[in-house]
Design a protein around this ligand. Structure first.
Ligand code: IPM
Ligand code: MG
Length: 352
């Protein structure tokens, strides 16, 4: 029995999570394993109900389950709240509380969508890499931080154990892929990056079968759009990973396609890379694929059932190959389908 906490959240969150839940139910019937899904409020939705973005009850439920499935949080309604009460702060809070130190963001180009990218098909065809973004340290959490009328300040700091554990995960993942890790930093300017680099190289000694190289973050931003096929596994700090994973996401055509996994020693959370898209919320226009693919990552990393993950990816690919497109991935002038139609087609391709 698998216990999943679902957090639909704000904006298009509820629509895309509904798609993922439909996929979970189909898999449970098809393979005969029991899945219990418990829904909890988070973000703006929780603030409106309880005056808090992250309640003790939601947090406790996340700590007690096997995996968390999150839609998206935030929207214009809550943007004016003070910094520490914004939905973004709640997201950082849940990451920290669950100790989700590794954020995995795959950048994989689907053949059916080659034309949806803003880059040329020949540049991106065959792109398949995985970003390991450190998620609970660095400048996002470093002290001191603050601002007054005349200054603003944050601190980028890493402890050895924080770099070691994310580096290990990246090397282990590379061992199962093309055995190439690129560590991305700004060691030509930042001491904290020089430290990062030193530690990654020390950890590398335990993984001699993996090739390690370093790249400065500005160059990496350029290389990802110039020749994305050169990457296999990327490992990088919190802020650099935030930026690079958006660049990586865009080359694949649409952020609406990309899943993510945030994992720690004891907990895991799966969510689409895209945000709450308040402009299209409630209209049935959202692409559910990123959230459905996040369920695939859940089977791979939390439930250790890579075959089921493959099944989900195959159903997504078959659906795309049949020509179905939500608005974000449709070519100009092409007809698009709704969130529910896309979901139903994927469920059908999963079979019974
Ligand atoms: C992400 C987002 C978040 C981040 C924001 C919403 C706090 O951009 O998950 O990439 O910066 O980590
Ligand atoms: Mg981001």
């Amino acid at each position: 029995m698998y216990k999943i906490v679902s957090i639909p959240g704000d904006g298009i969150g509820p629509e895309v999570v509904a798609g993922a839940v439909a996929v979970l139910k189909q898999l449970s019937t098809k393979h005969g394993f029991e899945i219990v899904i418990e829904e909890h409020p988070f973000g703006g939705a929780s603030y409106d109900l309880h005056g808090e973005m992250l309640t003790e009850k939601t947090l406790e439920a996340c700590k007690q389950c096997d995996a968390v499935l999150l839609g998206a949080v935030g929207g214009p309604k809550w943007e004016k709240l003070p910094h520490e009460h914004k939905p973004e702060a709640a997201l950082l809070n849940i990451r920290k509380e669950l100790e989700l130190f590794a954020n995995l963001r795959p950048a994989k180009v689907y053949d059916a969508l080659l034309e949806a990218s803003s880059l040329k098909a020949e540049v991106i065809r065959g792109t398949d890499f995985l970003v390991f973004r450190e998620l609970t340290g660095g400048i996002y959490f470093g002290q001191p931080r603050g601002y007054d009328d005349n200054r603003g300040w944050n601190t980028m700091v890493y402890d050895r154990y924080e770099v070691e554990r994310i580096a290990r995960l990246a090397f282990e993942a590379a061992q199962k892929r093309d055995k190439k890790v690129i560590s991305i930093d700004k060691a030509n300017v930042l001491e904290v990056s020089q430290f990062w680099r030193n530690v990654v190289h020390e950890v590398h000694k335990d993984y001699p079968d993996v090739e390690l190289s370093d790249m400065y973050v500005d160059n990496a931003a350029m290389q990802i759009v110039r020749n994305p096929k050169q990457f296999d596994v990327i490992v990088t700090s919190n802020l650099f990973g935030d930026i690079l994973s958006d660049i990586a996401g865009m080359i694949t055509g649409s952020l609406g396609m990309l899943p993510s996994a945030s994992i720690g020693k004891h907990h895991a959370l799966y969510e689409p890379i895209h945000g709450s898209a308040p402009d299209i919320a409630g209209q049935g226009k959202a692409n559910p694929i990123a959230t459905i693919a996040s369920v695939a990552m859940m089977f791979e990393y939390s439930f250790c059932m890579p075959d089921i993950a493959t099944e989900i990816y195959q159903a997504i690919e078959a659906t795309l190959a049949s020509g179905l497109r939500t608005a974000d991935i449709a070519n100009p002038g092409e007809l698009s389908v709704s969130t529910t139609e896309m979901t139903e087609a994927i469920v059908r391709h999963l079979g019974a």
